[in-house]
Design a protein around this ligand. Structure first.
Ligand code: AAT
Length: 284
C-alpha cells in the first residue's frame, strides 16, 4: 500500500501533513487550483491553491463561529450577505434561523460550489433553501454596485489575502461593506491568525483598516486544528451593537439550536484575547 500524504507549508520552516486515502479531484479553475481529498482523520477535505479550506471534521468550529456570534448579538437580522463561502457551511448555519428572510451568497468561483455539492454535502446541503440566492461574481464588485443600507449582516467567508481573496481585505471593500449595511449592521470577516508572523501581518493590516471605519470593532478567537498554528480569528465590526454588552444570550439559548462548538459561554470567552494578540491589535 502506498502512503499518500497531503502536505501544506504553514511557514517556510513548518509543514502540516494529512494521510489521505484518495485524491478525489483536481482542477485549475478560472480563479484557483482546486483539490479534493479523502482522509481517515479529517474525512473529505478541499484545498485552494494548496491551502486547507474545509474538511468534514473541523468545519463546525469555523461555521459556528462565523455565524452565531452575530446572530446572538442581533436576533432581528433578516437580510444576510455571505461573501465567498462556496462550500456552503456558513449558509447552512444561517438557514437554521427561521427569522432570516434572505441569504445572498456571492462566490467568485462557481466550481467550488459545484464540487462541494458533489463531494461535501455536509456543508453544501442547504444551498437549495428557498431563501438562498447564489451569485457567481467578485465580492468586491458586488458590494461596490449594491444599494446602500440593504443588509443587516455581512459575513466575509474568504480565502487568505492572496489570489482572488486579496480585494476582500482592501479598504475599498470594507468601505463598501459599511455603506451597504443598515444603520445597525454587523460585519464579520475572516481575520487570519495572530501566531505566525506572515499571517499576523495580514491580521494587523485588516484590523487597522476596519478600525478606522466602524464605531465598534473587536476580534474574537477560536481553535481550528487544520489552519496554520490552529489559532484563528474573526473580526466583529458593527455600527450599533456591541457583541458583549448588547447580546441577549438568554434569548439565543431559548432558540434551542444545537451547536457543537458555539455556546453562550464561548460567545463571551472568545473575545478574551491573549496579551500578545491584544498588543498587536493596539498598535495596528
Ligand atoms: N467556509 C470556509 C471556506 C473558505 S473558502 C473561501 C471562498 O472564498 C472560496 O470558495 C473562494 O473561491 C472565495 N473567494 C475568494 N475570493 C473571492 C472574491 N473576491 N469574491 C467572492 N468570493 C471569493 C474560507 C477558508 C478560510 C481559510 C483561512 N486560511
Amino acid at each position: 500500500m502506498l502512503d499518500l500524504w497531503y502536505t501544506e507549508n504553514h511557514t517556510d520552516n513548518v509543514r502540516f501533513s494529512i494521510k489521505t486515502n484518495k485524491h478525489i479531484h483536481s482542477e485549475q479553475s478560472d480563479f484557483q487550483q482546486i483539490d479534493f481529498f479523502e482522509s481517515e482523520e479529517f474525512g473529505t477535505f478541499f484545498t485552494l491553491d494548496g491551502l486547507m479550506m474545509v474538511n468534514e471534521k473541523d468545519e463546525f468550529v469555523y461555521h459556528d463561529m462565523i455565524t452565531h456570534v452575530a446572530m446572538a448579538t442581533n436576533p432581528n437580522i433578516k437580510k444576510v450577505l455571505v461573501i465567498g463561502g462556496g462550500d456552503g457551511g456558513t449558509v447552512r448555519e444561517l438557514t437554521r434561523y427561521e427569522s432570516i428572510e434572505q441569504i445572498d451568497m456571492v462566490e467568485i468561483d462557481e466550481r467550488v460550489v459545484r464540487l462541494s455539492q458533489e463531494y461535501l454535502p455536509i456543508t453544501a446541503g442547504k444551498l437549495e433553501d428557498p431563501r438562498v440566492t447564489l451569485l457567481f461574481e467578485d465580492g468586491l464588485a458586488y458590494v461596490k454596485n449594491k444599494e446602500e443600507g440593504y443588509y443587516d449582516l455581512i459575513l466575509v467567508d474568504s480565502t487568505d489575502p492572496i489570489g482572488p481573496g486579496e480585494g476582500l481585505f482592501s479598504h475599498d471593500f470594507y468601505n463598501n461593506c459599511f455603506r451597504v449595511l443598515t444603520d445597525d449592521g454587523i460585519l464579520i470577516n475572516q481575520h487570519e491568525s495572530p501566531y505566525y508572523p506572515s499571517y499576523a501581518h495580514e491580521m494587523k493590516r485588516a484590523h487597522s483598516k476596519i478600525k478606522g471605519l466602524f464605531p465598534i470593532t473587536r476580534v474574537y478567537q477560536f481553535h481550528m486544528p487544520t489552519y496554520p498554528s490552529g489559532h484563528w480569528l474573526f473580526g466583529f465590526a458593527s455600527k450599533k451593537y456591541d457583541p458583549l454588552k448588547d447580546a441577549d444570550l438568554d434569548a439565543w439559548n431559548k432558540l434551542g439550536l444545537k451547536t457543537k462548538y458555539y455556546n453562550t459561554d464561548i460567545h463571551t470567552g472568545a473575545f478574551a484575547l491573549p496579551t500578545f494578540v491584544k498588543e498587536m491589535l493596539e498598535d495596528a
